[in-house]
Design a protein around this ligand. Structure first.
Ligand code: PMV
Length: 357
């Protein structure tokens, strides 16, 4: 057996507070608008990926959660791997040009790889794993190939796998700048603030349904771009203003502003989905009840003490400061009692946890 090179990386899930919805280029995954998210702790929802490269491997192979899958079945997966290989090839060329003897340049770009990827959360929980999955894949390739690119530059490679994955390349608060270039070189993720900037902020995930969504985000976005007039207004005026206001709220650790923008943006995203023709409805009765409860909680506190946000599905993510989270968890547990919580350590989130509603 020849040499085996190996890298292992863990990447967490991120939850957008300004939503990405709509592509201006679906091959390169270029968005119609910028977005901003919070990357969750990797202790809870994350993907751990190990990649091995060897001259002895005859084909690329992929295992997801212990089961072998066809690595060529996903065009996006192939795109991400091919893009990373090209970066490695360029690095090998440069090493040779810099005078490193050809026999000392490891031709990793030519070797086949084995990818082994595992989520540390139940796949059945209905929580998106593509963001952490592609971020882990690209970070692991970056480490394996010793790529000189910055994390922002590498986020472009994660982006061609799954748009929102580019934001999971960083921890903390992350913006995905939409960019304007046709080749996508300026469509990448940048860190707005690291996790330590606001340690009191916590997220709680409420699983309202673990079923696979009826309309995939790819199909949904395309129909929205083609049919919704509300969407055009969102992209033109609303999101640019919110991106600035959100960055300012994060910089100032202004929870009330952060929370209000988060809820308004989630609401507008779902309104745009309803304005799509035929309409798309991702939230269900439980999701709406949770949103109502958050507003009732805020009224009772006399301030915006909690925020909800929903992606392309019915599960809620609740943001609150640590000082309010315990009461919120008690409230949700009381209103949506379930014995079979998905994770046993469900109740006191630090920085967040999951339970079934
Ligand atoms: O990256 P995708 O194709 O999974 O799209 C994600 C879209 C939303 O989750 C609804 C919003 C977002 O910004 O993450």
């Amino acid at each position: 057996m020849g040499k085996v090179y190996e890298a292992t990386v863990t990447a967490p899930v991120n939850i957008a507070v300004i939503k990405y919805w709509g592509k201006r280029d679906s091959a390169l995954i270029l968005p119609t608008n910028s977005s901003l998210s919070v990357t969750l702790s990797q202790d809870h929802l994350s993907t751990r990926t190990t990649i091995r490269a060897s001259p002895d491997f005859t084909i690329d192979r992929l295992w997801l959660n212990g089961v072998e899958e066809d690595i060529n079945a996903s065009k996006r997966l192939v795109n991400s791997i091919t893009t990373a290989r090209k970066l490695r090839e360029a690095l090998e060329e440069k090493q040779k040009q810099d005078g490193i003897p050809a026999e000392s340049v490891v031709p990793l770009s030519q070797w086949k790889i084995h990818v082994c990827s595992e989520n540390n959360f139940p796949t059945a929980a209905g929580l998106a794993s593509s963001a952490s999955g592609y971020a882990a894949l690209v970070s692991a390739l970056g480490t394996l190939y010793e790529l000189p690119q910055t994390t922002s530059e590498l986020s472009r490679v994660a982006r061609v796998g799954s748009g929102s994955a580019c934001r999971s390349m960083f921890g903390g608060f992350v913006a995905w700048q939409a960019g304007i270039a046709d080749d996508g070189h300026d469509s990448l993720a940048v860190q707005v603030a690291d996790r330590q900037h606001w340690p009191e902020l916590q997220a709680l995930i409420l699983v309202a349904s673990d079923k696979k969504k009826a309309v995939s985000s790819t199909a949904g976005m395309q129909t929205t771009v083609e049919t919704s007039s509300l969407f055009a207004e969102r992209v033109r005026t609303v999101v640019p203003q919110r991106m600035e206001a959100m960055k300012e709220a994060i910089a100032k650790r202004d929870f009330e502003t952060f929370a209000e923008i988060t809820m308004r943006d989630s609401n507008q995203f779902h309104a745009v989905c309803l304005d799509t023709y035929p309409p798309i409805s991702y939230m269900n009765d439980t999701s709406r009840a949770v949103a109502g409860l958050v507003h009732a909680f805020n009224s009772a506190r006399g301030r915006t003490a909690a925020a909800y946000t929903y992606d392309a599905g019915p599960n809620a993510v609740i943001y609150a400061l640590k000082s309010d989270m315990r009461d919120l968890v008690e409230l949700f547990t009381y209103c949506f009692p379930r014995e079979d919580s998905i994770l046993p350590d469900a109740f006191y989130p630090d920085p967040f946890s999951i339970f079934d509603s």
